[in-house]
Design a protein around this ligand. Structure first.
Ligand code: ADP
Ligand code: MG
Length: 299
């Protein structure tokens, strides 16, 4: 049975908004050496806004046309980037272009089929990152490339929209850091967690900018979901993973300790051993201290 000191530590943590699903989870937190964080929705709020829409010169309907196509695609995606695009279209009164067979491409974006012009030809439309663009056989013009670099250096993510091998628009999407996240990281370090690492599917430049803003020195970028799992195995354990999304569920389950942000998806919360009920990563350091004290008393 669970020692009373463990139960009371779990209760104290719960009062602070850190819900342990088991005493084994609390014991694991006391021993954690590395905490890995997902970026979008975990370190950031995933309340994204489209900062910029840059339609290609040959884009029919210019900026509004590009937004209509992007919104048509993104209305089928649950990614926070997708919500930002759909919201902007609604705000501007732009009707999404209907698409069929929409399918998420994990770690890259979304693709669908588009009914073509008068001949009824079927084309493939897509929205996502550079990796998806390359997969579709498309490439950026020098002006688009320069615009993306500028956005990424500011910490904004980019979305590229295209049909077939043609890039029709690039967009900049900016996110907001969770309040107090820099303090949360430094307090975790002070609580004796040796390594803190950000794992993200986003571009290296974006990861770098975000890491610098919150005081993280370790980060890995441009990761596919399977890359995240592989890298987790290479980090010094025991390892805790903090995440929020459907795409984080495998990592949360794989880690020695999975920690979900409550604002995240149900599947992330179900896959985790610990839930941050108030979405406050600043509460983690206190939970580590409670867990260490309880462990010292028990053993
Ligand atoms: P992360 O949460 O770290 O951004 P994801 O695996 O969810 O990781 O996504 C990786 C990258 O794939 C994103 O940074 C984005 O560039 C791209 N992406 C994924 N889904 C979409 C989407 N629906 N629209 C645009 N880009 C997307
Ligand atoms: Mg996420």
């Amino acid at each position: 049975s669970t020692p009373a000191v463990m139960l009371s530590a779990m209760a104290a943590a719960a009062r602070g908004g850190v819900l342990f699903k088991s005493s084994a989870a609390m014991d694991a937190l006391a021993r954690v050496n590395t905490v890995a964080f997902d970026k979008t929705g975990t370190l950031t709020q995933a309340k994204m806004t489209v900062a910029r829409v840059l339609a290609a010169e040959h884009m029919e309907g210019g900026e509004a046309g590009a937004l209509a196509l992007a919104a048509g695609l993104e209305s089928h995606s649950e990614h926070p980037i997708a919500q930002a695009v759909v919201t902007l279209a609604r705000e501007r009164g732009v009707a999404p272009v209907p698409v069929r067979n929409a399918q998420a491409v994990p770690g890259m974006g979304i693709e669908a089929t588009l009914n073509g012009g008068e001949l009824g030809s079927v084309q493939r439309a897509w929205a996502g990152n550079l990796r998806l663009m390359t997969r579709e056989g498309a490439s950026l013009s020098p002006a688009q490339d320069a615009a993306l670099r500028e956005l990424n250096a500011e910490g904004s993510s980019s979305v590229i929209v295209g049909v077939g091998a043609r890039v029709l628009a690039v967009m900049g999407v900016s996110d907001t850091l969770r309040p107090g996240i820099a303090e949360a990281i430094s307090s975790l370090r002070a609580a004796g967690v040796a390594h803190q690492v950000m794992l993200t599917g986003d571009k290296m430049e974006v990861a770098q900018a975000v890491a610098a803003q919150i005081g993280l020195t370790e980060y890995r970028a441009e990761l596919l979901p399977e890359d995240k799992l592989r890298i987790m195995g290479e980090l010094p354990g025991p390892l805790a993973m903090v995440g929020d999304g459907v795409n984080d569920a495998p990592a949360l389950a794989r880690a020695d300790l999975g920690i979900a942000v409550a604002s995240g998806t149900d599947v992330a919360i179900e896959s985790a051993d610990v839930v941050l009920m108030k979405n406050d990563l600043g509460k983690l350091a206190g939970a580590v201290k409670l867990a260490k004290d309880a462990r010292r008393t028990v053993f």
